[in-house]
Each structure stands twice: as C-alpha cells, then as structure tokens.
Write a protein that binds this ligand. Structure first.
Ligand code: FEO
Length: 386
C-alpha cells in the first residue's frame, strides 16, 4: 500500500535491498531504492517516474487500485526510473508520457516508446491536475542532459529524481538518521553528481525562489528538512577544499607502501591530514567520497610492463572521470629497470585541473635519499595548503 505524503500525494517506493552494483560500476554497500510518486488532482492523476524494471511487480502492486492514470512524468530517462514506463502504459493505454524535449529522444531510443505518446514540457511550464499544479524546472545534468525537476505548488514538494538522492535501502519515508543519510548522499554525489558540479553550482540558485517543505528524490528517503541536504550540496559543489591529501596506491613488493607510509607520517607531522587507500582492497566508493573535499591527490604505483599498475590505471581514470575539485596532484612511483609510469598517469588526468607537484621516482626499494624526496613532497604540499 502506497504511503501518503500529503493529501492525495503518495510515496511509491521499491526498495532494492540486495543490489550491490549500479551501472555495472558503482558499489552499493547499502542497496538502493527507486521512488515513484502518485499525485491525484480533482481532474487528473499523474505518476512521477517509475521504478527499475527488476522491481516492477512492486510498482504494479501500488497501482492495483488506481483505475485511471492521465500522465506519466519522466523526470529522467535512465532506466532505473523510466524502465517500467512501458509496463505502466500497457495498463493505462490512454496515459501520455511527459518529459523534457531532450528526454523525448532518449525514451524513444531506450524504451521504444511511441513518439505520439510523448508530450514535452518546456522549462517553467505548468500542468494543472485540478487543485494541484506541477511546475517543470529544467535542470540539466543531474544526471543526464535531459533531467528536469517538478514542483508541486500547493503542497510545496520538489520532486528531484537523481538530484539529492542516496543509494540507501531503508523503510524510512523521511530521513531519520542524518549521519547515515549524509554518508550515503555524499557517496551518491561523489559517484553520480560530482562530474557535473559546475552545472549544479550554476543551477542550484534557481531553487531559491521556491518555498520547499519536502524534497522528494527517486533514491533514498525524502527530506522533510530540505536545508540538511541543500546545505550539504552547497558545501560539496563549492570551490573550497579541505586540507586533506588522498593517496590511492598499489604496492607489489613494499616499495610504494614504504613511500606512502612515509608520506602519511610526514604530512601528519606537518599538520596535514592524509587518507591512504590500498586499491587492492579499498571500496572505490570510499575513495570517491574522499575526493569530494580533498585538496590534493598523490598516486602511488609500481611500474608494470612500463606502465602504471593496471589497478592504479583504473582508479586514476575513474578519478579523472569524476572531475574532483583537487588543487594539487603528484605521483610516487617505483620501477625496476625502466618505464614511464609517471608520464602515463599525468596523461590520464586532463579533467583534473590541479597543479602538478614534482613526483618521486624510486628505483627498487626506497633508500634514505628517496625518503628525503618523499619528505620534500610533504613540504611542497603542506606549504601550499598553508
Ligand atoms: Fe537513478 Fe541516473 O538514474
């Protein structure tokens, strides 16, 4: 049975307790949920988004007693929200799908929805349901180019789909444990939203004109204190960094680990916080979270067949894709007889607009002079971080 948020506004959540990977890339240690919403006006009824097709039976259960549906609103075309639209259209063949102009093509191409079933909503356009009015706000790149939000004027609810979401399987309708949701929402931001930080920074002020009582995302619980998540986002998208250094690394025979431990200790002595991530065991999501605020990254790698270790290559390419607001970057590499591990890593991070600090390259196991070079790197970092 769908739970009521306000009179004639319902929360249709499908909780995916067991999902552990999203987009075949992103770890989901706490599962996730897909939230659809039903809004009944005196004249029209709309469904806002659907759920991942894997859980479409849950959505069907919610809709069992809904006799008539006039519109399905697709705020975002990714299949975890749009994938059950064909099923809903089968049950309600007269319903029309409303999406943004860019969403139209995506729905046709991904789900084969007939063009004549789709209506596009302009930015600022309103849909009157009878006593309830939805206003569409184009808000691109949260997380695809077509995304939009919908504001239910009479009830002051902002439906945001991926924006402000958290991958969190829970029975809570609203946030009850802010610490837990903060961590999950920051992980979500790091993995999904961070590449689009500048778009969010530009568009977030658009929401200042709305009186928002509830933020209703399509992953994780709703926010009945919207300031909690909006303040967190303002912090994450700001240009400010924290004085922390993130050190993702792999060590095959101890050389890189020795340098990493020496750097961590040297930074600690200089009052700079460092977080090391052994990429052979780390949760890549934790690394992503740390990149949201960090001022610097130092990558540690052995040389394998003249290149960085492939696990390091993966992490560096991922970091480059996430576009963190890092200000400084460097590399500590070891080698046996040659190679270009440092140059290769530098080539892999065009999206990271950081100053490159002189790297440390060690032949074999680091000796005293090498460790002095590591201390010099710590000096260079700490002097820049103030
Ligand atoms: Fe939750 Fe971009 O899909």
């Amino acid at each position: 049975m769908a739970r009521q948020i306000k009179e004639n506004v319902f929360f249709l959540n499908a909780t995916d307790w067991n999902r552990r990977l999203f987009d075949s890339l992103i770890p989901l240690p706490d599962g996730t949920s897909y939230n659809a919403y039903l809004v009944r006006g005196s004249e029209k009824t709309v469904l806002i988004d659907t759920v991942d097709p894997a859980l479409e039976d849950i959505l069907s259960g919610y809709l069992e007693n809904v006799e008539k549906l006039d519109f399905i609103i697709s705020l975002h075309s990714e299949q975890d929200h749009s994938g059950s639209i064909p099923l809903v259209l089968e049950k309600y063949p007269d319903a029309m799908v409303i999406t943004s102009p860019k969403g139209k093509d995506l729905l046709i191409n991904h789900l084969f929805i007939a063009e004549e079933k789709i209506i596009t909503a302009d930015n600022g356009e309103e849909l009157s349901l009878g006593g309830k009015t939805l206003k569409f706000i184009h808000f691109p790149w949260v997380h695809w180019p077509e995304t939009m939000l919908a504001y239910l004027k009479e009830d002051k609810i902002l439906f945001t789909c991926d924006l402000f979401g958290s991958h969190l399987a829970t029975t809570d309708m609203y946030v009850t444990d802010e610490c837990q949701v903060y961590e999950a929402a920051k992980r979500y931001y790091a993995e999904i939203m961070m590449p689009f930080r500048n778009f969010i920074k530009k568009n977030l002020p658009l929401l200042d004109e709305y009186d928002i009582e509830i933020i209703a995302p399509s992953h994780g619980p709703m926010y009945d204190k919207p300031g909690f998540i909006m303040d967190a986002y303002r912090d994450w998208i700001s240009d400010e960094t924290k004085n922390t250094v993130v050190i993702p690394y792999i060590s095959m025979h101890g050389s890189v680990e020795k340098m990493v431990d020496h750097l961590v200790a040297a930074l600690e002595q200089r009052g700079v916080k460092a977080s090391k991530f052994d990429l052979s065991v780390t949760d890549i999501g934790k690394l992503a979270i740390s990149l949201v605020d960090a001022a610097a990254i130092v990558v540690g790698t052995p040389t394998v067949q003249a290149d960085p270790h492939p696990v390091v290559t993966y992490a560096v390419r991922l970091a480059n894709m996430l576009k963190p607001k890092l200000k400084y970057a460097s590399v500590m590499a070891s080698y046996g007889w040659g190679g270009k591990a440092i140059e290769r890593i530098a080539e892999m991070i065009p999206n990271i607009k950081a100053e490159l600090i002189e790297p440390v390259l060690v032949k074999g196991y680091p000796g005293e002079d090498d460790l002095k070079s590591v201390e010099k790197l710590a000096d260079e970092i700490s002097s820049r971080l103030g």
